[in-house]
Design a protein around this ligand. Sequence first.
Ligand code: MSK
Length: 634
Amino acid sequence: KEIYMGDFKLTTVEEMEAATNRLLETGAKVGADAWQIRVKNQTPHCKFGEQGICCRICAMGPCRITPKAPRGICGCDAHGIVGRNYLKFTAGGAATHSDHGREICHTLYAADPNGAYKVKDPDKLIRIAKEWGVETEGKDIYDLAHEMAELALMEYGKPFGVQRWLKRAPEHTQKLWHDAEIEPRAIDREVATSLHMTHMGCSSKPEALVRQSLRAGLADGWGGSMCGTEFSDVLFGTPKPIDTEANLGVMNAENVNIVVHGHDPSLSEMVCEYADDPEMIAYAKSMGAKGITVSGVCCTSNEVAMRRGIPMAGNFLQQENVVLTGACEAIVVDVQCIFPALGPLSKCFHTKFITTSPIAQMPDSDYIRFDVGTAAEKAKQIVKTACENFKNRKPELVYIPDMKQKATVGYSLEALVKVLDGVTNSQVDVTGTTKPLLECVTSGVIRGAVAMVGCNNPKVRPDTAHIEMMKKLIANDIVVVASGCSAQAAAKAGLMDKAAKDLCGAGLKRVCELADIPPVLHMGSCVDISRMMILVAELAKDSGLKISQLPVVGCAPEWMSEKAVSIGNYVVATGIDTFLGVDPYVSGSSEMGEWLTNGVRDWVEAAYTVETDIDKLCDKMIERIEEKRTAIGI
Ligand code: MSK
């Protein structure tokens, strides 16, 4: 399965697994636990849970649906139970992304020209302010930042009206949302309403539960996540293409290794800032190291990779591997997707497991509470702690797999529009629009696009689905935009190296050459799927088509988190058919299955496809893209 092109060779999943096995041998020597072991202990999984037919929302149960007991004690049937569980899952995800977005708004509110957080993209701030009808003329940029932060924070709790960002959608989409009564109101309200609806004695009708799931999802994607992405760009800079590297080989045995993990760039940006400080580098040297290497895991990694070129050590299911190298002085985490296992695991090594957020506190960690007021001081403390820990390394446990790939990352919407301007002859007229991309699609040079997102999940051989599907898609001239751990899977394999163009069909290869881009485009972290929503909205407006007519689909082949379900809901609700490789615990209800894979199409012109056979999943996506092309006559 190895693919060589000149000096370029993709890293295979088999090679990654061999490296992991070698690390697990180290783990076994020190008595470390690992997810691979815990999966075995947890198998087989509870069938009731898997089908979503276990209910524990009141204390009369827990109730489980069986042929002999088709209703819970309150009389709720399988469809109501599955529906409530699905909505609760969505609400958890929407709350999580949106709270991340809220933290970013608070950081923006604290931005100060003389403080730790500055406005790095004032033009973007002004653009958004104008979009929101805020006067910008003659205003100090920091006054404007504070005013915009306050307005954004109001989006979370305003008593009346719907989300401001919805106006970015084409009018047709806005009308669909309005008619289906799924326009999200205040973000917190949609989360609270979801929890109200799923309380004992409220909704048990699948239709109502699915409708609210879409609405809560939209509150995330076109609300909280959009705040997170847009104001992160204002604070830390809008990503532009930048070169980096990916996989465990980015860690450096001679340096102090600090791994940042989680989601909120407010922490990781500061850690990177101080790790670069000559004073800190000198301090690391005084401790016997040659320097400091910061690398990342999960979405925090995406954030700092696309703005600073910080290398990506790995994705979700590789988080334990960074500790197993024996060369990690500190794994510093903020929020979301952090294994509690990192606590006991780090105790088997010299690694400091540093938690920083009141939202993600874990046993066996060193808690260095991080907040905007003390960011600089705490970041410095974290970097110093890591440097001081270098001397505690046990050299006999150090093994860093010699495995990394080059990657070009940082394709924000703004960057994408700019690079694709170079592809067509009409670039002079269309600078700043998606028209060059549309021309590639309508001419058939590119058949369509897939937004590949989401996590790893041990239910799918890790990274295989992401990598194999991406290879097949680009070979079929379908461009892939990726975010989250999917993006890291691509980068680890080498699919974000520009040399990977040779794996593409002739059309996409030509586009990659002309625009000087890799065939899989890194669009950021999980919250940045909002960038993809704006991209399709712009494509629809520029083409005069409905979003649902574009030859574009979404895919989360290895997803695992509540956030992914929230994302799925807003992607579908935006009019994009979405393909899942893992069932969202709805197989216990034919009615819920029908609503999600078909019924919602009447409201939003798109629906889910769930297919656990990855080959078939990919073929279905290609088929759907071709169907859409035929339907619009291209
Ligand atoms: S980090 S939600 S494992 S993509 Fe955003 Fe990765 Fe999924 Fe977390």
